[in-house]
Write a protein of this length. Structure first.
Length: 95
């Protein structure tokens, strides 16, 4: 699981990388699994996994003042990774 998370994170970093700026990564403890928020200097936010509890992931995003998500990514369809995603999608309506 950790290797998969690292591969996806690195892939996203390379996709959004610009010469003059860096990405900001936030790793959240969402219970059984982890969640990662990737912030691109141009304002795009990408969420990778959301854990099982909508309240937990929405709380993490609220504490950071996140008001939009450009993309959400689910690593696989286990509840401890995607349980919070429906609420995240309803709240942020990513593209």
């Amino acid at each position: 699981m950790r290797l998969g998370l690292a591969v996806v994170t690195l892939s996203l970093v390379l996709c959004f990388q610009r010469e003059e700026a860096f990405l900001t990564l936030h790793f959240f403890d969402v219970g059984q699994g982890d969640s990662v928020l990737i912030q691109e200097p141009g304002g795009s936010n990408v969420l990778y996994d959301a854990g099982e509890s909508p309240e937990v992931i929405l709380g993490h995003l609220a504490r950071l003042g996140i008001d939009s998500l450009s993309l959400v990514v689910a690593s696989h369809n286990h509840l401890d990774h995607i349980g919070g995603l429906p609420a995240v999608i309803r709240r942020f309506n990513p593209r």
